[in-house]
Design a protein. Structure first.
Length: 245
C-alpha cells in the first residue's frame, strides 16, 4: 500500500473514533450532569507505518487519537423547584452507594424510595457522611443546606456526602458516574449545594453539531485521497505490465 493510502486510512480511523465520541456526547446532551468526552490527537511515527517497512530510512507519521479525556467543566444550572433536585455550584460531586461500591456524580436528580430513603434516579442510595441511608418523612418539607445538611421541620436528619478529586483521579463509568482510580483520595468538596436546581449536560449541542459536520467532511476528503492513492497504484501496475509485455 502506498504512503498516501496509508495516511488516508489512518486519518479515517481517527475521524471514526472522533465521530463515535461526538455521537455519544450528542445522545447525552439532555442528560443531567453529563460530562462530555473529548479526543486527544497525536502523531504516530514509525518505520512500521511506512509503505516500505523493510527500508529503515523510510519513516512515516500518521495521525491517531492517542486517548480520550473527559471535560469536567460545569454545565448550566436549571431551576426545577423540586426540593429533591440538587446541583453543586463549584467543585464537588455527590457520593452514591452502588452495588459496585461508592461512585460519584454531578447528577442530583434524587427522589424517595418506597421506604423513604433518599436515592438517585437509578435507585442507588445517596451516601451520607455516616454511611447510612438518609431516611425522610415524605409528608414533611425537606430543606437541604449548602453544606449538604438535610433538615425536616428544622431538625437535621442527615448530611449528604460530597467529595472532590484532583485532575486525573477519576475514571468515567457509564453516562453519569465516576469512580476513583486506584490510590486516589477523596478531598473535601468546596462547592455549595443548590436545592431545587439541576445541572445540565456540558455538551454544547450547537458546537458538537458543527464539529460533527466538520469531521464528516474531513472523512469524505480522506476517502477521496485513499481512492486517488488506489488509482495511482492501479495505474502504476498497468503501466509496468504494458512495459513488460
Amino acid at each position: 500500500m502506498d504512503n498516501l493510502s496509508i495516511s488516508a486510512a489512518s486519518g479515517m480511523r481517527s475521524r471514526i473514533e472522533s465521530l463515535d465520541l461526538l455521537a455519544n456526547n450528542l445522545a447525552n446532551s439532555e442528560t443531567g450532569g453529563y460530562k462530555a468526552d473529548r479526543e486527544f490527537y497525536s502523531i504516530y511515527t514509525s518505520a512500521e507505518a511506512s509503505a516500505d517497512a523493510q527500508d529503515p530510512n523510510t519513516v512515516t507519521t500518521l495521525p491517531v487519537v492517542e486517548k480520550q479525556w473527559t471535560d469536567l467543566s460545569s454545565g448550566d444550572l436549571r431551576p426545577t423547584w423540586n426540593p429533591l433536585d440538587l446541583a453543586v455550584s463549584g467543585e464537588g460531586l455527590f457520593a452514591i452507594q452502588t452495588s459496585r461500591g461508592v461512585r460519584y456524580t454531578r447528577n442530583g436528580s434524587f427522589r424517595l424510595s418506597p421506604t423513604g430513603n433518599l436515592i438517585a434516579a437509578d435507585g442507588n442510595t445517596v451516601q451520607s457522611l455516616t454511611g447510612k441511608p438518609i431516611a425522610l418523612d415524605g409528608s414533611l418539607k425537606v430543606e437541604i443546606l449548602a453544606d449538604g445538611t438535610v433538615q425536616q421541620e428544622g431538625n437535621p436528619v442527615g448530611k449528604i456526602q460530597m467529595a472532590s478529586f484532583t485532575r486525573g483521579s477519576l475514571a468515567k463509568e457509564g453516562a453519569n458516574y465516576f469512580v476513583a482510580v486506584e490510590g486516589a483520595t477523596p478531598l473535601p468538596a468546596t462547592g455549595a449545594i443548590v436545592q431545587g436546581q439541576l445541572e445540565q449536560s456540558n455538551v454544547g449541542a450547537a458546537e458538537s453539531t458543527v464539529r460533527l459536520i466538520s469531521i464528516t467532511r474531513q472523512f469524505e476528503m480522506l476517502q477521496k485521497a485513499a481512492a486517488i492513492g488506489n488509482d495511482l497504484g492501479k495505474q502504476a501496475i498497468e503501466q509496468v505490465a504494458r512495459a513488460v509485455s
